[in-house]
Design a protein around this ligand. Structure first.
Ligand code: HEM
Length: 142
């Protein structure tokens, strides 16, 4: 079979596949309440972290207002919102912190508690958690 024969099939497959993740991401952005909802969620999340003695030590010298702004930008962009993340990349930021698996899990737990408190639907919660799980190698034990 010559490539020209399969080309239309390939193009149709791409046309079907490509918009799907983009659409799913925009839906996730809506489910999180767009930029205002994400900003609220990040505030609740940071309050959970502040009350968590397992990890709060890491944030003792951190400018929390700046971190709130950067997390909001990052998550907004990650879920397909119209934001542009202006912070450092994850490896640069977390290198030298020696963050353990347990600490990473504690932070994820804080986010889950925050998402429950903000009434984020479970499906959207799982989608956001899956996106963050991908960053695990960039954050832990560097
Ligand atoms: C997927 C998980 C994580 C994401 C998406 C994330 C995201 C971020 C972002 C966007 C920043 C700001 C970047 C900048 O300053 O330019 C940051 C900073 C920071 N992160 Fe993470 N982080 C994650 C996991 C963790 C964990 C598990 C810990 C510790 C338990 C942690 C501790 C910190 C600290 C202490 C800072 C502030 C550093 C400073 O004061 O400048 N992060 N993180």
């Amino acid at each position: 079979m010559r490539w020209i024969n399969v080309l239309p099939g390939v193009l149709v497959t791409f046309a079907l596949l490509l918009p799907a993740p983009a659409a799913a991401k925009t839906e996730l952005y809506s489910a999180l309440g767009e930029e205002a909802g994400i900003s609220r969620l990040m505030e609740t999340f940071l309050l959970e972290i502040a009350a968590d003695e397992r990890i709060v030590e890491h944030f003792i010298d951190t400018d929390i207002e700046r971190l709130h702004r950067l997390l909001t930008e990052q998550i907004c962009e990650l879920v397909g919102g119209p934001c542009v993340y202006s912070g450092e990349d994850m490896v640069t930021v977390h290198t030298g912190m020696g963050i353990s698996h347990a600490e990473f899990n504690a932070l994820v737990e804080n986010l889950m508690t925050a998402m429950d408190a903000e009434g984020i639907p479970v499906g959207a919660q799982n989608q956001l958690l899956a996106l963050l799980a991908e960053m695990h190698p960039e954050v832990v034990k560097l």
